[in-house]
Design a protein around this ligand. Structure first.
Ligand code: NAD
Ligand code: TYD
Length: 335
């Protein structure tokens, strides 16, 4: 099988490509990635010369870049997106372009080339926040950030192709991923690396927001399962079943690193901050999926990974990252 993976130089995409090369040694994988600030060739250094892998730098919004690759592939898995909520609050334009228009370009290419599957990597954030219970795939979409709204728009566009053209797409909506190679603007790698540097950990609001965490490899396994056993036209929630408050998560990280809780710095809350995410994952469980990993074990392993790969994140944090961070905080403080 020939897979066109978009956004494969990012966090989940790079873990997915590595996972697929290991699990399916006969598959060919093309990785189309624009290499935005979040795309990092270092994430796939170990497999860059693997005979079944090819990297192409390009934009999913560019039909001329997409078309020949779609022609050469059996199907597309679309991971490419602008993904950080705080950046979407600062500058939403790029999110609309990539997460909506880019999805449209890929759908058209897949349709034109008669692909028999298309996998859209969506997110639980399209549902918005839920105080009690859990969202099912039939729950209404109620996105609250420009990021979540752009992902919801992409998700709905995919659904429109299913209904209008009988297009054989499948959508996955996963909860918050964590693990190796996650860009250190997201809370877990940010807090681990700040703690390692003895810098403050900026906890938003009262720290009581809840996220359901899934280890990235579990999500990769679920996507692989959905690709092979999922029903075309369906949506699948993929959760880790590990709901944790942000303050609980933060204390765990500090404790494991032997750092003082005094590093926690409560800062002004994120605008439109979703309180809690929770997913009902009965549908993907019925396909045979069960998150294999235990959250605290994997968080420990993840902490070790960032400890052992300091050059990987130090390179990022000494580059574009700091400029973004300063801009984000300047804007927040000034409303
Ligand atoms: P990431 O930000 O780490 O990586 C995104 C990748 O997409 C980067 O390599 C970037 O260069 C590439 N990209 C961005 N715009 C592009 C464009 N126009 N053309 C080609 N490539 C482009 O993101 P991630 O955390 O790995 O997320 C991957 C996917 O999973 C996204 O669609 C995201 O919405 C979804 N998702 C993420 C999470 C999470 O917790 N990280 C949870 C649920 C869903
Ligand atoms: P994040 O990793 O940005 O993922 P998402 O917003 O997509 O869920 O944030 C996870 C949680 O951590 C969220 O409730 C916001 C919070 N958070 C902080 O408290 N401080 C931070 O510096 C960041 C980046 C996030």
């Amino acid at each position: 099988m020939k897979l066109l993976v978009t956004g494969g130089a990012g966090f989940i995409g790079s873990n997915f490509i590595r996972y697929m090369i290991r699990e399916h040694p006969d598959y060919q994988i093309i990785n189309l990635d624009k290499l935005t600030y979040a795309g990092n060739p270092d994430n796939l250094r170990d497999i860059e010369s693997h005979p079944n892998y090819r990297f192409v730098q390009g934009d999913i919004c560019d039909p001329a870049a997409v078309e020949p690759l779609a022609k050469a592939a059996d199907l597309i898995l679309n991971f490419a997106a602008e993904t950080h909520v705080d950046r979407s609050i600062l500058e939403p334009g790029g999110f609309i372009q990539t997460d909506v228009f880019g999805t449209y370009v890929l759908l058209e290419a897949a349709k034109r080339n008669n692909h028999e599957r298309y996998i859209q990597i969506s997110t639980d954030e399209v549902y918005g926040s839920i105080d009690r219970g859990a969202f099912t795939e039939a729950s209404p979409l109620h996105p609250n950030s420009p990021y979540a709204a752009s992902k919801a728009a992409g998700d709905l566009l995919v659904q429109s192709y299913v209904r209008t053209y009988g297009f054989p797409a499948i959508i996955t909506r996963s909860s918050n991923n964590f693990g190796p190679y996650q860009y250190p603007e997201k809370v877990i790698p940010l807090f681990i690396t700040n703690a390692l540097e003895d810098k403050p950990l900026p906890l938003y609001g009262d720290g009581q927001n809840i996220r359901d965490w899934i280890y990235v490899i579990d999500n990769c396994a679920a996507i692989d399962l959905v690709l092979h056993r999922g029903r075309p036209g369906e949506v699948y929630n993929i959760g880790g079943g590990s709901e944790r408050t942000n303050i609980g998560l933060t204390r765990f990280i500090l404790n494991e690193l032997g750092k003082p809780v005094g590093l926690i710095q409560y800062v002004k809350d994120r605008s439109g901050h979703d309180r809690r995410y929770a997913l009902d994952c009965g549908k993907v469980a019925a396909l045979g999926f069960k998150a294999r990993h235990v959250f605290e074990d994997d968080l420990l392993e993840t902490i070790r990974w960032y400890q052992e790969h300091a050059p990987w994140w130090q390179k990022i944090k000494s580059g574009e990252f700091q400029k973004y961070y300063d801009r984000m905080y300047a804007k927040r403080e000034n409303g």
